[in-house]
Design a binder for this molecule. Structure first.
Ligand SMILES: C[S@@+](CC[C@H](N)C(=O)[O-])C[C@H]1O[C@@H](n2cnc3c(N)ncnc32)[C@H](O)[C@@H]1O
Length: 315
């Protein structure tokens, strides 16, 4: 049976563009691969204060891991949660480029605890108030978590991926899952499958098995709800391209900045917590150690006063 999902419409559109000799937004990465040093704004700021300073249509990817309103820390209690979230969601739509993407972390299982706000309410808000498209609901499946007696122990969180328009950027090749040689040979026997794509790897699907960070993980920099680097990296590599700008205004530990540095994206990161710059410096210290094994990356940090040198603010 043919696949009637929106991806078919995407393929048809790509073929039309190719026939006309035009480039689709997903091919922008080729054009942007020539710069060398990336710029990264690091600021202690309220999310809305920061967002008001960001120009229209200037951001390729917003990584948004908001407070879930479940009281895990002092910052995790917000009154009138959905109204508050609506204010930053409106700003996100304004600052995203036409090719831009937004990912929002959350959980549908938090609705009881969060009262008025969880990811389901944010998706509902987007349906009512925004023109952005829900491209995927990604299930982040982790093997490690709390036990439970009165229900099945929870082993996933959801990530809602919204695209600003149908011209959204998506680089599947950057995140394909490599097949081991034996499995590759078995798959190749299936005539329906494209051999060139199989060689590059398979689609990782919208269920991502990535462990949560354990208490003693080497990646930890001290933030209580730090997300694993592997998770953020899959998002950044697939939904933005080298030389574009990634924005994270609930930056927490600053893992998004670290991934942006490592993957040659510019970034803007803010958090209301004064400890934020300390967490970032720990991430960057880890990066220098890792650099012994991988090619060096050139980046500069822009803190208060010198933001104007960031590509997004310098225009
Ligand atoms: C779930 S954590 C983000 C964790 C981050 N993704 C990571 O992996 O390290 C949410 C963060 O939002 C920050 N925060 C809460 N209210 C904020 C606000 N109004 N403006 C900016 N940051 C805020 C908190 O300080 C906290 O670090």
């Amino acid at each position: 049976m043919s696949n009637r999902s929106h991806r078919n419409a995407g393929h048809i559109g790509m073929n039309i563009l190719r026939k006309k000799g035009l480039q689709h937004s997903s091919e922008l990465k080729l054009a942007a691969s020539s710069f060398e040093t990336t710029s990264h704004v690091i600021t202690v700021s309220d999310c809305l204060e920061l967002l008001r300073q960001v120009p229209d249509n200037s951001i390729q990817l917003v990584v948004c891991d908001p407070p879930y309103n479940i009281n895990v820390a002092d910052w995790d209690e917000v009154e009138r949660y959905v109204d508050w979230a609506g204010a930053w969601l409106r700003e996100v739509e304004r600052v995203l480029a036409p090719t831009g993407n937004l990912v929002v972390f959350g959980g549908l299982q938090y609705q009881g605890e969060a009262g008025s706000g969880d990811l389901l309410s944010l998706i509902h808000w987007m349906r009512q108030h925004s023109k952005m498209l829900l491209a995927n609901l990604i299930i982040w499946n982790y093997p490690n978590g709390m036990s439970a007696q009165r229900f099945f122990a929870n082993r996933h969180e959801e990530i809602a991926w919204f695209a600003k328009s149908t011209k959204y950027f998506f680089d599947l090749d950057a995140v394909r899952k490599k097949l081991d040689p034996e499995t590759l040979e078995i798959y190749k026997r299936d005539k329906r499958l494209n051999h060139e794509n199989l060689q590059k790897g398979i689609n990782p699907t919208n269920v991502w098995k990535i462990p949560r960070l354990n208490g003693n993980s080497k990646e930890r920099v001290g933030h209580p709800t730090q997300k694993p680097k592997a998770l953020i990296e899959r998002i950044v590599r697939s939904l933005s391209y080298p030389g574009s700008t990634v924005l994270d205004f609930f930056a927490g530990s600053g893992v998004t900045t670290r991934v942006a540095v490592e993957t040659s994206r510019h970034s803007i990161s803010a958090d209301i917590d004064k400890e934020f710059p300390t967490y970032i410096s720990r991430h960057l210290a880890q990066l220098q150690c890792d650099d012994l094994l991988s090619p060096p990356v050139n980046y500069r940090l822009l803190t208060d006063g010198d933001w104007s040198e960031h590509p997004v603010f310098s225009g």
